[in-house]
Design a protein around this ligand. Structure first.
Ligand SMILES: [Zn+2]
Length: 295
């Protein structure tokens, strides 16, 4: 028998003997087991692939929804802004109507533009200088690194809400000089919490204007003191609700915050800009008042 290295069973029967090759059977079993595992692995790989693509699909859809949501929120904020602007115009228009009622019979110019047009060409140099002295203009601080948060309604990316920012934030190193942006009187100089403003100086200017200087480190002026434009009043800090050293600067007219940047960028060279940019103020009426004062 030459079945070398093979296990062979020999079964002896009364009619003769039979050989069974055991190796053959083992080989077949091994083959089946191997095939089973191979198809299992194949199935798992296919399943993982399917799951992965489904997860990617879900992620893509989620981010699309988030994007749409954000766009809608932004659109909402813009619409709100527009509504506010229209309301402002309506308020100005109704003011004008009130004025017209007062002078009815004297002034009967029909179809007058309700948003008043100021006669810029007639303003003299002396009048301009008067404006620049008494109405907030120019930068409220020595140097700054950039505007860290602008004025206005904006969609807060972290808080996911539309919020109103009543001033302009200038990033500045602690101790940077802060200056009065027009002549006025200090009506608030307080080193307390001030509702999150931190160390705060408020200046009341002529003709209904006010300026706020917040999150200060050091206050130099006292409440009740008269200050000149460009006078050092404080030094910047990081007090109150603040996420970093900066100056929060506000310009208010009749207590209502208005966009400070219109005033910050206002100077002798672009004197007319303010009349286009800040339309909530009856400039022509103010000009008449100033003319009377200067007579
Ligand atoms: Zn601020």
């Amino acid at each position: 028998m030459i079945f070398d290295r093979r296990l062979v069973l020999m079964i002896t029967h009364k009619d003769g003997s039979k050989y069974i090759n055991v190796n053959m059977i083992f080989r077949q079993i091994t083959l089946y087991v191997l095939l089973f595992f191979l198809s299992l692995v194949f199935f798992i790989i296919i399943s993982i692939g399917v799951f992965r693509s489904e997860i990617a699909d879900i992620n893509a859809r989620t981010s699309l929804i988030e994007e749409r949501n954000e766009t809608m929120m932004l659109g909402n904020a813009i619409l709100n802004d527009e509504i506010n602007q229209r309301l402002e115009e309506i308020a100005i228009a109704s003011d004008k109507i009130d004025n017209l009622e007062g002078v009815i019979g004297v002034d009967n110019t029909p179809n007058e533009n309700l948003l008043e047009r100021i006669d810029v060409a007639s303003i003299t140099g002396a009048q301009k200088a008067f404006f620049m002295k008494f109405i907030p203009n120019g930068y409220p601080l020595e140097t700054f690194s950039g505007i860290t948060d602008p004025y206005g309604t904006r969609f807060h990316p972290v808080l996911r809400v539309v919020r109103q920012h009543t001033g302009t934030d200038f990033g500045a190193r602690i101790g940077t000089g802060v200056f009065a942006t027009a002549d006025g009187v200090v009506d608030w100089a307080d080193s307390g919490w001030n509702g999150g403003y931190g160390k705060l100086v408020k200046i009341t200017h002529s003709f209904g204007f006010k300026t706020y200087y917040a999150h200060l480190n050091e206050i130099i002026v006292k409440s009740g003191t008269f200050v000149k434009k460009g006078q050092l009043i404080a030094r910047t800090g990081n007090s109150g609700v603040s996420t970093g050293p900066h100056l929060h600067y506000e310009v208010r007219f009749l207590e209502q915050p208005i966009n400070p940047m219109n005033f910050v960028q206002w100077d002798m060279k672009n004197f007319d800009s303010i009349f286009q940019k800040e339309r909530s103020i009856a400039w022509q009426s103010l000009l008449t008042t100033i003319n009377n004062l200067m007579d």
